[in-house]
Design a protein around this ligand. Sequence first.
Ligand SMILES: [Zn+2]
Ligand SMILES: [Zn+2]
Length: 335
Amino acid sequence: MTAAPFSWIRPEPHGIHVAPADVWVDPSRAVPRALVTHGHADHARGGHGETIATPETLAIMKLRYATSAGARAAAYGEEVAIGGGVTATFLPAGHVLGSAQILLQHAGERVIITGDYKRAPDPTCAPFHVTPCDIFITEATFGLPVFTHPPIAEEIAKLLAARAANPDSAVLVGAYALGKAQRVIAELRAAGHTETIWLHGAMEKMCRLYEEHGLSLGDLKLVSDAGKDDLRGAIVIAPPSALNDRWSRRLPTPLTAMASGWMRVRGRARQRGVELPLVISDHADWHELTQTIGEVNPAETWITHGREEALLRWCELSQRRARALALVGYEDEDD
Ligand SMILES: [Zn+2]
Ligand SMILES: [Zn+2]
């Protein structure tokens, strides 16, 4: 008896189950065996029996969870047999260091699970690799036409202009500790900003991890080591949660910025008290999502992890087979 096409891949509320191998992709709870696309907390939970991921993602998980039990590394492009006649190949997703799409192959059928991804250039990670497949399971965090991310150079120029206009202030930039912070720093360097960049303590280890993986971030120092005058006219990077808490009061007349795709929405910036919204996202915007589905050109697109409805409608209007998945437990650590 032959199984129905693609019956081996099952979207369940807590992740995608690969039945013949009894493996879960990015499960939102601890499982015996997991494939993990990247290190953000909503994808990489701790406590799995075995975790198969890229070496960079495993290093990030080790840093975050202080354990590497059951870790099995899969380099980009390496076809890994995971049991039950299924192979898994990790391919660059362009999202953060080590981020991968996972190509699963079984009985001549090819399924790609993108995890989070973007198409815009990013000096801190390998670019998204367009790969043919039958079913393409795409994220849709910014799956509305209103979401367009400007070129990052424009947003970095705004940041540097604000700094130049406020020489007595510290420019405090809220950025997620994994990925966004390092990308903002690397782009500041690329724009010619060579001065010390000051870090909140929560950023330090992840920045060092990126440097150990070959990305040079220039002169970084901790705010806790600064004299008050050191921070005048300086750029300070902190997690978004630190923007409005006691921690930021030590900074000289801080000017608050935030680097996030959500900064496109004025209300979100206002809510957080952000004076300088920077639309910098590590996710595909609407144009990148539709461009990618067009280039990959799968027989079927499954949409998850965000705003599914508009992208579903776009697929229908472009005569593409598509469905929305209802996975739970994915919040944006990483916008
Ligand atoms: Zn995510
Ligand atoms: Zn992510």
